[in-house]
Design a protein around this ligand. Sequence first.
Ligand SMILES: [Fe+2]
Length: 188
Amino acid sequence: MAGSVSPVGEFLGDIDWAMPARTLEPKSLACLSQMGRLAEMVAPAERRAVELLASCADVLHWGQTYTAADFGQHFLDNYGWVELFGTRGHYMNEKVAAGFLVLGPGIEYPDHHHVAEEVYIPLTGGTEWRMGDTPFRERRGGEVIHHASNMNHAMHTGSEPLLALYLWRGGPLAAKSTVTGTVTDGRG
Ligand SMILES: [Fe+2]
């Protein structure tokens, strides 16, 4: 019956794990300075995986969808993602994309949406999330956050950085989000 499978289960069921590798040049970003703290923050069950991510961060191809014209240089210095697999990631997959998002402390990622359906699993707590017009609320590490296609969502980090696993499917997997919010804290 529809609804009996979790969003994560639906995404996993869509993934063909026989993915060819894609050769990507290493590309570093300023936000990687957060990796050490992030590895300290995650739950013990995820610590090994995050330490592995931190140890190979220098050889991964980190990306940014936005420019300084969107949210300002401070945001860019504290934001980045790496696509592990997808239409542009380290392994090729045309149907599902997955990777990690990093945000530094004190960052406002304004309301945005995209056609692709999305699951976020924050691995660190302390960040406030919202979807649609709901109030911001703090999400713990390990929670599953499901954004339906074109559902607006936004995040505010607090005094600590954010590391989140993301999954996208059902839309253009390399699309830039449509931004409807603005940075309001004066740093943008
Ligand atoms: Fe999103």
